[in-house]
Design a protein around this ligand. Structure first.
Ligand code: NAP
Length: 495
């Protein structure tokens, strides 16, 4: 029998009577992973109410004490890293090293945020008047909703939850339906760490019902959303009706530029990891390879030779290089793009769903490479799978023009030995993140993360930017002159 899990509301796991349920399955073999409640609007309202009631007490809890709870949550994740890594691999299909890496990223961030509890910096600045003190302090927003995708099912929720909690917010968390089992582990970490009832709540169920209920409830003051552009736009529009702060982290179409002077072996490793790690389902995945014409053919040959040795299979097996894609819907969408690619470009490698034996039960797609002119759909739209579009360019200027001519701007990369060109690229590439001589993937939690254009709406996660996302800045003036002092007016007459 499939393990059943409830909602986590006001510090209690609960399964509403007659609740509808959904299951997640292992994309490598179709076996069920867990059964979860499809929460109703009423369930969501209960979770928001619990958060609303818990918020004042949590806000008043000194931030260093909140940090101690976070540190204990990180301890849970650290102790259970291997088993949670297995759950990640089993539920969404990334290979086990990446499954554990997902959990490690969560640990890193929660520990980092725990330390923020002893900082949460404001500013002190001089006043234009005597005997007057000016400063800013950071205050929580209130009840915040965290809505997350399945591709980093422990890291992304923790990026949001740990940051929101350290700042003193109460949280209602809605994970992707595909990765609900991983979300249970996220909650267990904070539950065991002693987070007070109501401060963190979990509601599982569809984006249309649960997500919309969160985004439209007036008690939710901010929404932190990571996912696709279409759903992000819907969340933004609905949140705007309630004048909420809506933070969006959306898709990408991330380029690696390989110049004629690049270290090709280094670039090869980077492109392989960037394009086919997590089966190409990272928001920062390398989905475009922009190749200088002088190295075009040799580099492509190196790439396809290496792919000949790639092992596709059970993600939990440490020898596997690439696992399945995360779900049937993902598989259908990626295969549809491959068909589009076959019509508008030249298929250079792969392009098929794997069939036969153990593959029949899962969603396995070969690593796929298209040679394409810039401007085709496969070269501009986010596919979110193991499909790489290779585009030939004649020089640096053309490479940058191609790199920038998409609707997204999350990550970018250039391989070159020319230091001047590397510095120019840092400036020229329209993206929130630029790597020099490294793949488009590999975020570190102590730095801001996010993108430009359709990738987001201007905010950043992680690093100290995470604190900005989850706090309001209050400006405080303390006048200890014991008289009315008028800014601008008295200050002007004093000189
Ligand atoms: P998605 O379909 O947009 O779903 C993301 C989350 O939003 C899920 O929890 C989903 O619930 C929920 N949701 C869907 N429609 C909603 C709506 N109308 N209102 C409120 N919530 C809604 O994205 P995904 O397929 O899970 O993830 C893949 C996408 O995420 C890709 O585009 C990828 O680039 C992007 N991503 C971006 C970043 C970044 O930091 N920029 C990081 C990772 C992923 P259900 O699961 O129940 O549908």
């Amino acid at each position: 029998m499939t393990d059943e899990f409830g909602l986590f509301i006001n510090g209690t796991w609960t399964s509403p009577a007659k609740a509808k349920r959904f299951e997640t399955i292992n994309p490598a073999n179709g076996e069920p992973v867990g059964s979860f409640v499809s929460a109703t609007r009423e369930d969501v309202a209960k979770a928001i109410e619990a958060a609303h009631r818990a918020y004042p007490g949590w806000k008043e809890t000194p931030a260093p004490q909140r940090g101690e709870i976070l540190l204990r949550a990180a301890g849970y994740l650290r102790r259970h890293k291997k088993e949670i890594g297995q759950i990640v691999s089993r539920e969404m299909g990334k290979v086990i090293a990446e499954g554990e890496g997902d959990v490690q990223e969560a640990i890193d961030f929660v520990e980092y945020m725990a330390g923020e509890g002893r900082r949460l910096l404001g500013e002190t600045v001089p006043s234009e008047l005597r005997s007057k003190f000016c400063m800013t302090i950071r205050q929580p927003k209130g009840v915040v909703a965290c809505i997350t995708p399945w591709n980093f099912p422990t890291a992304i929720p923790n990026w949001k939850i740990a940051a929101a909690l350290i700042c003193g917010n109460a949280v209602v968390f809605k994970p992707a339906s595909n990765s609900a089992r991983c979300a249970v582990e996220v909650i267990r970490a904070y539950e065991e760490a002693g987070v007070p009832p109501g401060v963190l709540n979990l509601v599982t169920g569809s984006g249309g019902v649960v997500g919309t209920a969160l985004v439209t409830d007036p008690r939710v003051r901010a929404v932190s959303f990571t996912g696709g552009v279409e759903s992000g736009r819907d969340v933004y529009v609905k949140g705007a009706q309630g004048l909420k702060m809506v933070h969006l982290e959306l898709g990408g179409k991330n380029p690696v530029i390989v110049m004629e002077d690049a270290d090709l072996r280094l670039a090869l490793d980077g492109v392989l990891f960037g394009a086919f790690g997590t089966s190409g389902q990272r928001c920062t995945a390398t989905s475009r390879l922009i190749l200088h014409e002088k190295v075009y053919e040799p580099f492509l040959k190196m790439l396809t030779d290496r792919l000949d040795t790639f092992r596709l299979g059970d993600p939990v097996d440490p020898k596997t290089d690439m696992g399945p894609v995360a779900s049937r819907e993902q598989e259908e969408k990626i295969l549809a793009y491959i068909e589009i690619g076959k019509k508008e470009a030249k298929l250079r490698y792969g392009g098929k769903k794997l069939r036969g034996g153990a593959y029949d039960k899962g969603f396995f797609i070969e690593p796929t490479i298209f040679e394409t002119p810039h401007g085709t759909r496969i070269s501009k739209e986010e596919i979110f799978g193991p499909v790489l579009s290779v585009i030939k360019v004649k020089d640096y200027d053309e490479a940058v023009r191609v790199a920038n001519d998409v609707d997204y701007g999350l990550s970018s990369s250039i391989y070159t030995r020319d230091v001047n060109r590397a510095f120019r690229a840092m400036d020229d590439l329209e993206a929130g993140i630029t790597y020099i001589n490294a793949p488009t993937i590999g975020a570190e939690i102590q730095l801001p993360f996010g993108g430009v254009k359709n990738t987001g709406n201007g905010g950043r996660e992680a690093g100290t930017a995470a604190i900005e996302e989850f706090t309001e800045v209050k400006t405080v003036f303390v006048d200890f002159s014991s008289k009315l002092q008028k800014a601008q007016i008295d200050a002007e007459s004093a000189v």
